[in-house]
Design a protein around this ligand. Structure first.
Ligand SMILES: [Zn+2]
Ligand SMILES: [Zn+2]
Length: 615
């Protein structure tokens, strides 16, 4: 077995740095040894390397505290300093079981049994800890007094484990099964250099600071409520402003790009979802039927069948095409409770959806138009870097797809040429197309370099067949139109979550829920402050007043925490001169400015969707 081969000897090649996975997996073993020193009766689960770090699962007599992590780290440093060798041996499975039985390690016993029974699948085989068996043997690794069932590879000595940090503790069911014991999983990270570790920890802290769930609460944007139900966000007024400004912009641009807005209901009959194929292929993501007058209805997981019905409403002539319907359509899909995550994974979300019906000779222009509009929207929201995938057929398996060869070639070609024409780098994923559609997926890169799922463009060979869509061509005969599904922002909820993290809640002026706050220095300035705010509101800007009897320093701090772009401070002098003292949320003082000038510059900044302040 290749796993055994790979396990031979130390992993560090002479001519390069130790692979990070090896470093991190070794750190996991060192952590386990430290835990064993503190709790000699600790029972061990598995401890693989993961993206950016490692973990190990432990069954311990009590819940771990932050102090425990510090103590484990101290012991790990001692083990690293002692520079103990990692040694490995292959032994017969029954003998290995005996060793772990003596050591009181039931989880390891179970893993050996699973390995020997050849049922080493799922979390066991995915882990490098799965010490592959050949001829009934298993591989063990040992350093110091810690013995593990492990396929390796590891560093040669503990001294080679790089700078590390333990991060947090989480509960994890043994083998991911909620009927099995819950273990304590300690997460850690390890790197080649202290600088790499520091950079990573900074990024973690920054990501924590920008977490949209935390900012959603702090800034009063959205929240979840148990009585309403998991995965069903509620938008507070400030979040609703952010959302409606985004939606209004989206609608306006779609109108300019020749789209027509439609509305569709949230439920449809089982007959509709059966015709569309959703009951056949998408059932797992759909909720249980609702019975109305002995007829079954289902919540919509997609908007497509409704838009198809609008298209089918009457006979179409080739002159009418393309038809572009769009809708901010809220759909409902089942997600397990455990994977719900703020606005990123929810159970009800709003797609910025559209379906385009066009003639074959129009397809390429349509795809180009979709990319034009999509990039225009994403850039307007401040996203300039993308990771793009073009999913096409598996060339060795062409007969598993719906639709004709000619149509597929045309559709794949149109998608590819549109990407090339927009000078976008993309990766071609052969065999990743669904059986009825090639597609483009665009992921956004945010200000921390993280990727976020966003745009999808699909050419569909399924629904036009299922609903027998047609149009009368120039030749007087009926033809099948091409159908394009596309969501540019993807899900509004997820997109706004992404936007919150991208800006860390400090939105550009055009998106900020409150664009300016007027801060009277004393109560006697409240009337003038209200006048200033009214002037801004009259000009279409969003302004508020902090008229509480607080010291001005406290008001400024509060406004900065709320990340309001401009603070307009007013006292005796400003009131007399019909001016305001302008402060940016960054703390920068911009001096006194006349009110009409403030209005004009802010309007210009909103109009330009500027990412930097102009005032
Ligand atoms: Zn291991
Ligand atoms: Zn669709």
């Amino acid at each position: 077995m290749s796993k055994n081969e790979a396990a031979e000897g130390a992993a560090a090649p002479d001519d390069g740095p130790i692979p990070l996975d090896t470093l991190r997996h070794s750190a996991a073993h060192v952590m386990a040894e430290a835990v064993q020193q503190i709790w000699p009766h600790a029972k061990f689960g598995i401890g693989p390397p993961i993206a950016d770090g490692f973990y190990y699962d432990f069954d311990l007599p009590r819940p771990l505290t932050p102090d425990d992590l510090a103590q484990i780290e101290r012991r790990m440093r001692r083990i690293i300093k002692a520079n103990l060798p990692f040694s490995s041996q292959e032994i017969e499975g029954e003998a290995a079981k005996e060793l772990f039985r003596e050591r009181g390690q039931p989880y390891k016993l179970e893993l050996i049994e699973a390995l020997m029974a050849g049922e080493a699948s799922g979390e066991v085989a995915d882990s490098p800890d799965a010490a592959g068996v050949s001829g009934g043997n298993v591989r063990l690794y040992e350093q110091g007094k810690f013995l593990d069932l492990c396929g390796g590879p590891h560093v040669a000595r503990t001294g080679e484990v790089g700078p590390f940090k333990l991060l947090r503790v989480a509960g994890a069911y043994w083998r991911g099964d909620e009927n099995r014991p819950q273990l304590q999983r300690i997460y850690g990270t390890a790197w080649h250099t202290q600088q790499e570790l520091d950079d990573y920890l900074w990024k973690l802290e920054e990501a924590r600071r920008r977490d949209h769930r935390r900012l959603g609460t702090d800034l009063g944007l959205f929240f979840f409520n148990e009585q309403v139900g998991g995965g069903l966000p509620l938008w507070e007024p400030d979040g609703a402003v952010l959302r409606s400004v985004s939606e209004d912009f989206w609608k306006e641009e779609h109108r300019k790009w020749g789209y027509e807005y439609v509305y569709s209901p949230h439920i449809g009959t089982a007959d509709l979802w059966s015709s569309s194929g959703h009951l056949e292929f998408f059932r797992d993501a759909m909720y249980a039927p609702i019975d109305i007058d002995q007829q079954q209805f289902l919540l919509k997981p997609m908007n497509c069948p409704f838009h198809v019905q609008v298209y089918r409403r009457r006979l179409r002539s080739y002159r009418e095409l393309p038809v572009r319907y769009c809708e901010l359509g809220t759909v409902y899909r089942y997600e397990r409770a455990g994977v719900l995550h703020g606005l990123l994974r929810v159970r009800g979300f709003t797609q910025d959806d559209s379906h385009i019906f066009c003639r074959p000779d129009q397809l390429e222009d349509e795809i180009n138009g979709v990319l034009d509009l999509g990039l225009h929207l994403l850039r307007s929201f401040g996203f300039h870097e993308y990771e793009i995938e073009l999913s096409v057929r598996d060339p060795n398996n062409l007969d598993q797809y719906m639709g004709g060869d000619k149509e597929w070639e045309q559709a794949e070609g149109a998608l590819r040429r549109a990407l090339e024409g927009h000078n976008l780098d993309f990766h071609v994923a052969e065999g990743e197309a669904v059986f009825y559609a090639p597609k483009i997926d665009i992921h956004l890169l945010d200000s921390l370099g993280r990727t976020w799922q966003c745009t999808t463009v699909q050419v569909d060979f399924n629904l036009p067949e299922r609903f027998d869509l047609g149009y009368i061509g120039e030749d007087g005969a009926e033809h099948r139109p091409f159908m394009v599904h596309r969501a540019l922002l993807g899900s509004l909820e997820r997109f706004l979550g992404t936007l919150i993290e991208h800006y860390g809640g400090a939105f550009p002026l055009w998106l900020a829920p409150a664009q300016a706050i007027v801060l009277p220095i004393a109560d006697r300035h409240n009337a003038y402050a209200a006048e200033v705010a009214a002037a801004l509101e009259q000009a279409g800007l969003r302004a508020r007043v902090d008229s509480r009897s607080q010291r001005i320093g406290a008001k400024i701090r509060e406004a900065q925490l709320q990340k309001i772009p401009y603070m307009l401070v007013v006292g005796d002098r400003e009131a007399a001169a019909q001016q305001v003292a302008v402060r940016r949320r960054s703390g920068e003082d911009r001096g006194t400015v006349a009110v009409p000038e403030v209005v004009a510059v802010m309007q210009r900044e909103v109009e330009a969707k500027a990412s930097e302040p102009l005032l």
